[in-house]
Every structure is written in C-alpha cells, then in structure tokens.
Design a protein around this ligand. Structure first.
Ligand code: CMP
Length: 260
C-alpha cells in the first residue's frame, strides 16, 4: 500500500482491488487531491477540529480506491475500519433500507464508527463509479494519539499545591469556614471533566496530598474533539456527573452531621 505522500510526483492508474494510492493522472493533481481531502475533513462536523499537523499526516496516509456502480463502500451495522473522502463520483446513504441522501465529491464520511467505536450507522453505496480516499482506523488512531500524547503534559506537583481553584465561593459547607474534603482520588482516577462537559468554572479544588503527584493532562480541544461533539456521550456523561455530584453532596452532609 502506498500513501499519498509517497506518491508525490508519481501518477498511476488506480485499480479496484486495493488502495493503490495512484492519482488519476490526467485531471487531478496531487495538490488538488490534498486540498479536496483537507476541505472535506474541515467541512465534516465531527472532524473539523483536527489540527493542521493531524490533517497533514492524515492526508499523507490516505489511499485511493475505486468503487464501481452499485458497490457498497460501507455496510450498516458492520464494524468500521476506514474513514473516507469522496474525490469523484456519487454515493448514496441508506439507513434501514431508507434513502437518507447523496454524497458528492469533497465529502468526508465513515467518521462516526471510527471516532466513536460504534457500528456503521448507515450504508454507503456507489451510484456511479467513485474514487474514494481511505484512511485506516489504526493509522487514524496512531496519528491522533501521537499528537495527543505529545500534548499530555506530565506535571509534578508539590504537596499542598492547588491544581484547580474554584472561582466561585464554596457554598455547600454551611457553618464551616474551610472547604470540606469530599473524597480522595488515587492512581487511575480522573478529575477535571465536569468543567469541560457542563460548565466553564471548576466546581472543586483538587489538592495534592502526596509529595510527588504525577498527572496526565488532556486539553479542552482534544477532549472536545473526542467527546464533546457526540451528543449521546455528552448527555450520558452529564447524567453520570450529576449522580456523582449528588453522591458527593450526600457524603458531605453525612460528614457534617458527624461533626461535634
Ligand atoms: P459511519 O457510521 O462510520 O458509517 C456510515 C456513514 O454514513 C456515517 O459514519 C456518516 O459518515 C454517514 N452518515 C450517517 N448518517 C447520515 C445522514 N443522515 N446523512 C448523511 N450521511 C450520514
């Protein structure tokens, strides 16, 4: 399998058997194809937060495949292994046997199963011969992880240092001067998700209780890219947070009740 990058300056006829990486020699330059893929990804609501570096790597790793009239590109209900961009041709989208719409050149698709690890949500079929660029799931994930990993900042914190400070006055501890400890977090626990999902302000302090605490950090952009655009997951997490919050409040009340 050859990549778009490796094919720079080379033209070859594509075959329908594999992702040959060849550009149609006559009327489509590599620069045009890269721009088409780039624009298609930027126009996709689920992919448009991809950073320039991600984008370059993704485009460089795509392969071209030709589908003949009537051929299925994606089958609803199957696991998803590729993310696609239609360069030329016409496709139709079918769900439960119902025609949902058409896809024209410059459309990125097949992103849902790749991004959210779900089954294909619809069938995509070639209405006429179609030239489609594909990026396999593994490569997509490797690209995304590499940059995300580079963005993970490992932070070493001194005992007592405050990672997140609430910007509003504590309200849940009536009659007590100091903020009350709600729970203890250990290795593998996560925190800081609430402000990313539901609000902008931090709802609690996270205070370091060991001498050296190592944290991995995911920034808001990366978090949103993977979670925030997916309404179902977002509402699930919101419910989860609300119930965790209710639990925290109950524990706090119990604790206050035990105080002399
Ligand atoms: P995925 O679920 O991975 O595979 C099928 C693809 O069809 C899906 O990603 C979207 O890219 C696309 N798709 C799903 N629903 C629609 C729709 N209603 N209109 C257009 N495209 C859709």
């Amino acid at each position: 399998h050859r990549r778009l990058k490796a094919k720079e300056g080379v033209s070859a006829e594509p075959t329908s058997e594999n992702f040959c990486g060849g550009l149609r020699a006559a009327n489509f330059s590599i620069a045009n194809t890269k721009k088409l893929i780039n624009d298609a990804i930027m126009n996709n609501d689920f992919l448009n937060k991809v950073e320039p570096q991600h984008m370059r790597e993704m485009v460089d790793c795509m392969y071209e495949k030709v589908y003949t009239e009537g051929q299925l590109v994606i089958q609803e209900g199957e696991p998803g292994n590729y993310l696609y961009v239609l360069a030329d041709g016409l496709l139709e989208v079918i769900q439960n046997g119902k025609l949902l719409g058409e896809m024209r050149p410059g459309t990125a698709f097949g992103e849902l199963a790749i991004l959210y690890n779900c089954k294909r949500t619809a069938t995509v079929k070639a209405v006429s011969q179609s030239h489609i660029w594909a990026l396999d799931r593994q490569t997509f994930q490797t690209i995304m992880m590499r940059t995300t990993k580079a963005r993970h900042e490992e932070t070493i914190l001194k005992k007592g240092s405050i990672l997140f400070e609430r910007v509003v006055v504590t309200q849940s501890t009536e009659g007590l001067a100091e903020p009350q400890e709600i729970k203890t977090l250990g290795v593998g626990d996560y925190f800081g998700e609430k402000a990313l999902i539901s609000e902008d302000v931090r709802s609690a302090n996270i205070v370091c209780s060991e001498n050296d605490t190592h944290c991995l950090v995911v920034d808001r952009d990366n978090f949103n890219q993977m979670v925030g655009t997916y309404e179902e997951l977002q509402s699930y997490l919101k419910e989860y947070i609300d119930s965790a919050e209710a639990q925290d409040l109950r524990r706090l009340k119990e604790k206050i009740a035990l105080l002399p």
